[in-house]
Design a protein around this ligand. Structure first.
Ligand SMILES: Cc1cc2nc3c(=O)[nH]c(=O)nc-3n(C[C@H](O)[C@H](O)[C@H](O)COP(=O)(O)O)c2cc1C
Length: 205
């Protein structure tokens, strides 16, 4: 069964996105885990050079992402953008390459009718640039999240939202390549160095 790692863009204790994340994990058919992004240092390319020893929390994040078959990002939107804590985590994963070809779902939840559409689009663009596999059918923008969650229980309570989350998690699991269908020869761009080169080339282009 595929293993899922979920990352939250909210550090808040009674986070509505945290509730969405926990419910989504419970609906995923396979082992799941999450990791707190709050302990990550700010991304600094000087600490990310060839052969550098990454800070401990960065190494732990990279190990957790590498061990997962699929990723789930659940996030609020701040000022029409991605929360710094989540963008910071993705920046640490650009050159190390753990997201390459990894199926990823992006879910944003907001108290407003927009559902965090700006942050959702930005996260998907960043992941595409990192050559992750954004699974469109597994991505969601959840509007008016307030009454749909029980913040104390840290779970979604709204029936239709739960049903839709189940559908999203089914799509995400289905996007994980089965071992018997794995490509025989990995593509050249799946090495960390090649990812960094791709990133630089695409940025320049
Ligand atoms: C500084 C700040 C900026 C915000 N900007 C937006 C925004 O641009 N779009 C939006 O949908 N919600 C915005 N919100 C509202 C958040 O979506 C809301 O606080 C949400 O509950 C945060 O997610 P959480 O409950 O998972 O922590 C903002 C909140 C804060 C504190």
């Amino acid at each position: 069964m595929p293993r899922l790692l979920a990352l939250s863009g909210s550090l808040r204790a009674r986070s509505s996105n945290g509730a969405v994340l926990r419910s989504a994990l419970e609906l995923f058919d396979g082992p799941t885990g999450t990791t707190d992004l709050g302990a990550l240092p700010h991304f600094n390319p000087d600490l990310d050079g060839e052969g550098a020893t990454p800070p401990g929390p960065v190494a732990a994040l990279r190990t957790a992402v590498a061990a997962a078959d699929a990723l789930l990002l659940v996030s609020p939107e701040y000022a029409h953008g991605v929360p710094g804590v989540l963008k910071n985590a993705l920046d640490w994963l650009v050159s190390s390459g753990e997201c390459v070809d990894k199926p990823v779902a992006v879910i944003t939840a907001s108290p407003f009718p927009t559902g965090g559409d700006h942050a959702n689009a930005q996260l998907r663009e960043t992941l595409r640039m990192m050559t992750g596999t954004v699974v469109a059918d597994a991505c969601r923008e959840i509007p008016a999240i307030g009454p749909k969650v029980d913040a104390a229980a840290e779970r979604v309570t709204d029936g239709p939202t739960l049903a839709d989350l189940r559908t999203a998690m089914t799509h995400l699991a289905a996007a994980v390549p089965r071992p018997d269908k794995a490509p025989t020869a990995p593509e050249a761009r799946t090495t960390p160095a090649a990812v960094a080169e791709t990133a630089v080339a695409e940025t320049a282009g």
